[in-house]
Design a protein around this ligand. Structure first.
Ligand code: ZN
Ligand code: ZN
Length: 380
């Protein structure tokens, strides 16, 4: 009898610890549970290795032609066990067509948040000149790339906006409203503008990235309490994204926030070639594992890069291991061994668990990660 499915992953350990078989057909999840049928290809995880919905990194930089923050989609994607990457504003209206050409050749699924500056990030101060925000060009780029451009990005910190304060953010909110209320991701950092003025402009579904940065304009007061403006924003439905990056993650801020019940909604890396190779980012898995040391469980951490990321970016076919959804799956190991994690402030924290991505399935096609290639756990 002919095999019924394209792929079956057998005896997969799910993040909640239960076991299941996962059957895939025509790029979609077909069954999660007991699968008595056969498939063209089977991978047996023997109850030892984990499978989750494919990891989504909601903040990366992977436009290879970017002069500052460049990388390649498959190096920050598949090689790291990430099935979907979302480039956060490397390109604006001027270069997004070129980026789309690159992105469509990658094995990793790539989406873009369009920088509200038409230039994207070609210099550090893309929003210091308001003339770079052209609403017509942005709207046309969004319309031209529906399904690729899934949101917009505005970097609102002193080195980016210069003397413009929150004026670029007001313009971003207009672009958002005029283009079907797309998700808006806002980068925060040094002031001015003051964080309170930024978050006061944000509403339900808007995303604050670099949420646990350790700069003076951070989400906590000098006494370590959550700022009242941020608390109000969270009540309105504003979401916190990690966006670790080179200079935007402090263990201390994360620890104090989590102690007050303030968890990240999404965990993302803000990875590009330099912080991937030299640290402190290395990979999404390395960023995720830092949250074990902050008391989050495996299931909570995985939710942040699957269900929550899909929800925040309105990728309704992704982030879930349920029949009918895209067959994007990450296969990984949780390795227990003493390790040291370093944040973006140079502080280190000791941990006990690391996440080792072994393979990534994208639309039913199974590919080995860098660790998968060297560890030979699976032969594909
Ligand atoms: Zn940023
Ligand atoms: Zn970034």
């Amino acid at each position: 009898m002919a095999p019924l499915y394209d792929l079956i992953i057998r005896q997969a350990k799910l993040p909640d610890g239960t076991l299941a078989d996962i059957a895939v057909q025509n790029g979609r999840i077909a069954v999660v549970g007991d699968v008595p049928a056969t498939a063209r290809r089977e991978i047996n995880l023997a109850g030892r290795y984990y499978a989750s919905a494919g990891w989504i990194d909601s903040h990366v930089h992977c436009y290879p032609s970017s002069p500052i923050y460049h990388d390649e989609p498959d190096k920050v994607g598949i090689a790291c066990g990430v099935t979907t990457v979302v480039d956060a504003g490397s390109t604006g209206a001027d270069a997004v067509d070129d980026f789309y050409q690159f992105a469509s050749r990658a094995k990793t699924r790539v989406y873009a948040l369009l920088n509200i500056a038409r230039t994207g990030i070609v210099t550090q101060d893309e929003l210091a000149d308001m003339a770079r925000i052209d609403k017509d060009l942005a709207g046309a780029a969004i319309a031209r790339h529906r399904g690729f451009v899934i949101g917009i990005k505005a970097r609102i910190s002193s080195s980016v906006v210069g003397a413009n304060g929150v004026a670029p953010l007001q313009r971003a909110k207009e672009i958002q409203r005029e283009n079907g209320n797309l998700p808006l991701m806002v980068h925060i950092g040094n002031n001015p503008p003051d964080l309170g003025r930024i978050v006061d402009l944000l509403g339900a579904g808007d995303i604050v990235t670099h949420c646990f940065n350790g700069k003076p304009n951070r989400i906590l007061t000098p006494a370590g309490e959550l700022r009242a403006s941020v608390r109000k924003a969270l009540r309105r439905g504003v979401r916190l994204d990690v966006g670790h990056g080179t200079a935007s993650f402090s263990f201390e801020v994360a620890r104090l926030a989590i102690a007050q019940g303030i968890y990240p909604y999404t965990i993302s890396s803000d990875i590009y070639c330099r912080n991937r190779i030299d640290g402190p980012v290395h990979s999404l898995a390395a960023v995720m594992a830092k949250f074990f040391t902050l008391g989050m469980t495996l299931a909570q951490v995985i939710d942040c890069v699957t269900l929550h990321a899909a929800d925040a970016l309105r990728l309704s076919q992704k982030g879930r291991l349920i029949p009918g959804c895209d067959a994007d799956i990450t296969l990984f190991d949780v390795r227990t061994a003493p390790c040291v994690f370093i944040d973006a402030e140079g502080n280190s924290v000791r941990g006990e668990q690391q996440l080792i991505p072994l393979a990534a399935v994208v639309a039913g096609v199974c590919l080995l990660t860098d660790e998968g290639k060297t560890s030979h756990v699976f032969d594909l």
